[in-house]
Write a protein that binds this ligand. Structure first.
Ligand code: CTP
Length: 398
């Protein structure tokens, strides 16, 4: 989403200015074309040379600097921009933006930028709570400026509170969200994620190592493409992605109910959850005592949610996952046909860095027409983007 995009990175004068270097590096890694504009105070924290070396472009620090062929530097730097990003944003630059003041390189460039703007504030917690600053933020939001809220934690001044710059991953997520084409605008997407837990007794259960990362990444990627997303999630440690409705469930039966309650209004359903295929028969609501050497647990099958959806298939895109240990393409193809799916994502979970509880995934996408796309190992966020692209393509040909 970022490759080839023209991004202005505005750096204002706070101690978090050094963190903007990491944001720049990550944008460049994804082949964005980045022009850095710094306030004079920002150059007291980090030298312009660091940013020019990493961006491969001159850094604008002076509103009177000339651009190419005698153009005005602060205007030229905003020509053809896809996005302006302010990291970190001090109370001062936010105040200037809100009041329409343009008196240095960054504030004049931001005034001239006719593209989406993302602001990532960082400052002392008392400054951040200041009523005037909050009024300025609200005012900027009302004219479409997006904010990546600061985090709560220990601040550079030694106090604890909200004001620490959001982590680079969160800032990059906001950038991707803004730059993604809104190819799923008006589409309702239901995503399931995480494991299910099937109780044995009051304190024990059967589950699997799913962390939910793949499903959460898919929900975020669908949201970024403009979809309205409902996430039905088993127990995970993950924060709910912004702008997504969440239904938390524990068992396969609860997931089945939640999915079927909402499936009717969804044009795309992605079953990324690792739903337990079996549950203990007659789970006890008391804790089982260890008074026998051998304990036998009988298991009964759970409802195959995806299979049910496939059987009563309406005009919608149905996507399943297949965690396989043997012949992934063959097994996944069979599953796609049996469950009447449009797309199946097969993982060979014997490959290191693929499948459960890791940040990367090596997947094979197989669609209903039989086309097989073997993808290299990539982050789950990147893979989510590729899967959503494929869903958009299948939807177009529906
Ligand atoms: N799934 C589901 N309901 C279940 C079990 C699985 O909806 N009770 C979904 C999963 O979310 C996944 C897909 O079905 O998208 C594949 O699940 P898997 O358990 O791998 O496939 P099975 O059909 O159970 O086949 P097998 O266990 O033989 O590999």
């Amino acid at each position: 989403m970022i490759s080839g995009k023209r991004i202005l990175l505005g750096v204002s004068g706070g101690i978090a200015a050094y963190k903007a270097v990491d944001v720049l590096r990550r944008l460049r890694e994804q082949d964005a074309e980045v022009r850095v504009v710094m306030t004079r105070n920002a150059t007291r924290f980090v030298s312009a040379l660091t940013f020019s070396a990493l961006s491969g472009m001159p850094v604008l620090t002076d509103e009177f600097a000339e651009g190419d062929r005698g153009s005005m530097g602060h205007i030229a730097v905003t020509d053809g921009l896809d996005l302006a990003l302010v990291v970190p944003a001090t109370a001062n630059i936010i105040g200037k933006m809100a009041a329409g003041i343009a008196d240095d390189a960054l504030s004049t460039a931001l005034m001239a930028a006719d593209c989406p703007i993302i602001v990532a504030p960082a400052m002392n917690d008392r400054m951040y709570r200041n009523a005037v600053l909050q009024r300025n933020i609200a005012g900027l939001r009302s004219v479409g400026v997006r904010f990546v809220d600061p985090e709560t934690g220990v601040l550079a001044c030694g106090t604890k509170g909200q004001g620490r710059l959001a982590i680079p991953e969160t800032i990059l997520e906001a950038v991707v969200a803004v730059l993604s084409p809104k190819s799923l605008a008006g589409v309702n997407v239901l995503v399931t994620a995480g494991p299910t837990r099937e109780p044995i007794d009051a304190v024990r259960f059967i589950s699997n190592p799913s962390t939910g990362k793949m499903g959460y990444a898919l929900a975020a990627a669908a949201r970024d493409r403009g979809a309205t997303v409902l996430l039905v999630s088993g127990p995970t440690q993950l924060p709910t992605p912004q702008g997504i409705d969440l239904i938390s469930v524990t068992t396969a039966a609860q997931m089945d109910r939640a999915v079927k309650d909402h499936a009717g209004r969804c044009q795309v359903i992605i079953m990324a959850a690792a739903v337990s295929d079996f549950r203990p028969l007659g789970a006890s609501d008391r804790k089982i005592k260890k008074n026998s050497a051998l304990l036998q647990i009988q298991l009964e099958p759970t409802t195959d949610i995806l299979q049910d959806l496939g059987e009563k298939k309406e005009r919608r895109i149905l996507v399943g996952f297949a965690a396989e240990t043997d012949a992934p393409i063959l097994s996944a193809r069979e599953k796609l046909a049996r469950k009447n799916l449009d797309l199946i994502i097969a993982n060979d979970i014997t490959v290191p860095g693929s499948g459960f509880a890791v940040d990367t995934n090596k997947a094979i996408l197989i669609d209903r027409e039989g086309s097989v796309d073997e993808l290299p190992s990539m982050s789950k966020a990147e893979l989510a983007g590729r899967i959503i692209d494929k869903i958009v393509e299948l939807k177009k040909n529906q």
